[in-house]
Design a binder for this molecule. Structure first.
Ligand SMILES: Cc1ncc(COP(=O)(O)O)c(C=O)c1O
Length: 512
């Protein structure tokens, strides 16, 4: 780990093994200078680490990370004991002085990271998993260390281009035309927000409060939130009833649009779901595309969870029509297994994004006119932000998209595998057959009313999770409490599904 005098791991930041001159410079940098004098330390900033310190810092973190990842299969699927104590122990006033890195690192891995749901583990089948590719962690380290400014093309043409290339790849995956464009976001919520804002700017006037938006009653709440953030009252979002497979009813959609037009409203946007969070339902995207075309409405697809399954043959069939949308949200931190923090919005007409976000500022460098070169600040709400392209580019370049396709295919197969076996458990009912990689079910017992069944299934889910080998979460659908399994992590394989089945069988037996 290098020479001790240069070892950041044992030296509190801003104190310790410094020479006297270094300490004086550090004190000066901390503002302890004589009144009226200029704070010039005459040397490197105390925040500038030496080469050996940088290596030591990364090496020590790498050791802990590798150990953490290696232990994932054996770690409990969730751990909430001591959570409050850990959280409270972190509350402190702004520290004036630094502490040794070694101690901070140990505290992070031994305490801070410990409580919570183990979202990186192979047994994580709750909500919408992803996994957390290590490649992306390294990509972030690189991007953050070089700290290029990538939301405008000119300050970092290479890295900005790399992000544009990634967006093009995503467009290619969903079958969008060559000149479609989009942006990487922090997640699906921001993608949905930018989509609704763009559709609003494109189709409605400045006075837009008569605008109405159509979603299924199963849509992810980030869509309603996005509408609210884009300035619409809650009532502007029309929840269209879903069918027995939890898919938006097209006849009902058409009826609601007609009724709204007759009442003087301005229908402008339909949001289809390509994999709902509750039950994994995929709306009839081709059917919605027809309605949108006929009614001249913007068609956005929330494909945050399901969109990447277009890489597989089975997924492509289920998601047919997705390529006819005007925009879609697609989350690499779900279907590409990236760590949290990378979503995307793809838009068929790139001009719509540019028009929606157009605003001038004289102090910015010149923007690009070549359609191959993108200034992301011109087509998104953000200016300064972290670079996101490398997060996707590095794993795709290292493995090729074929590996992602194969991994997603495996998730579809695993979901089918467990569904067939769940079906054989006495008194267990499959409520939502898998359309992609999500299955929702419940225990049923004769003589129980809805409250009784909900209570039974709450206890059932708790009994499954309390074994701490896997972790599942519920959906509340039409008043029913449904345990559900969503298979999406690149770390989840057949042995994890066998474990899942064992724990579900045992918990079901315990329920009598
Ligand atoms: C279908 C769907 N849409 C949107 C979102 C919101 O995405 P994010 O959490 O990345 O903001 C989620 C999150 O799980 C989702 O499942």
């Amino acid at each position: 780990m290098g020479d001790l005098s240069d070892d950041v791991s044992t030296r509190p930041a801003g104190a310790g093994a410094r020479t006297e001159a270094e300490s004086e410079r550090a004190a000066a940098a901390a503002g302890q200078t004589a009144a009226g004098s200029v704070t010039d330390t005459g040397g490197p900033s105390p925040l500038e680490l030496s080469e050996a310190q940088m290596r030591a810092m990364v090496d020590a973190a790498t050791s802990r990370i590798v150990e953490f990842i290696g232990a994932l299969p054996e770690q409990p699927s969730y751990r909430l004991e001591g959570a409050e104590r850990v959280a409270r122990s972190l509350i402190e006033p702004l520290p004036e002085r630094g502490e040794a890195y070694d101690g901070l690192l140990a505290r992070l891995f031994d305490e801070v990271i410990v409580p919570g749901f183990n979202a990186a583990a192979p047994g994580y089948l709750a909500y919408i998993p992803g996994g957390g590719l290590f490649h992306t962690a390294v990509a972030d380290l690189i991007a953050d260390a070089v700290n290029r400014y990538t939301t405008i093309w000119m300050p970092a043409p290479g890295l900005a281009q790399l992000e544009a290339v990634v967006v093009r790849w995503l467009c290619e995956i969903v079958g969008y035309p060559r000149d479609a464009l989009g942006l990487l976001t922090t997640g699906g919520s921001m993608a949905n927000f930018t989509a609704i804002f763009t559709a609003r700017r494109e189709l409605l006037a400045e006075d837009f409060l008569h605008g109405t938006i159509y979603v299924s009653d199963q849509v992810h709440h980030s869509v309603q939130k996005a509408a609210m953030l884009a300035g619409f009252p809650a009532a502007a979002v029309r929840e269209v009833a879903s069918d027995e497979r939890f898919r938006m009813r097209i006849d009902e959609l058409q009826r609601r649009i007609g009724a709204d037009r007759a009442a003087g409203k301005q229908p402008f946007l339909i949001v289809g779901s390509a994999g709902t969070t509750n039950t994994g339902a995929v709306d009839d995207l081709a059917g919605i595309a027809e309605v949108a075309a006929r009614e001249k409405l913007w068609f956005h697809v929330d494909a945050a969870y399901g969109g990447f399954f277009t890489l597989t043959e089975r997924g492509r069939a289920v998601l047919a029509g997705i390529e006819r949308s005007d925009s879609l949200s697609l989350d690499p931190h779900k279907g590409m297994f990236l760590p949290y923090g990378t979503g995307s919005l793809l838009v068929r007409d790139r001009g719509a994004l540019a028009r929606a976000h157009a605003i001038d500022a004289g102090y910015l460098p010149p923007m690009q006119t070549d359609p191959d070169f993108v200034d992301f600040s011109e087509i998104s709400p953000e200016l300064s932000r972290s670079h996101r392209g490398l997060r996707v580019w590095l794993p795709v370049k290292m493995h090729g998209i074929g590996v992602f396709r194969q991994q997603l295919q495996e998730k579809l197969d695993l979901t089918e595998w467990i569904t067939e076996r769940l079906r054989e458990i006495d008194g267990l009912e499959i409520v939502a057959e898998p359309q992609l990689s999500l299955v929702a079910f419940r225990l049923v017992r004769p003589g129980l009313d809805r409250d009784g069944l909900n209570d039974l299934n709450r206890r059932f889910l708790r009994a499954v999770n309390d074994r701490k080998r896997i972790f599942i979460s519920p959906a509340i659908v039409r008043g029913d409490y449904l345990p559900r399994i969503c298979v999406l992590s690149f770390r989840t394989h057949l042995p994890n599904m066998e474990q899942t089945l064992e724990d579900i069988r045992a918990a079901a037996a315990e329920m009598g």
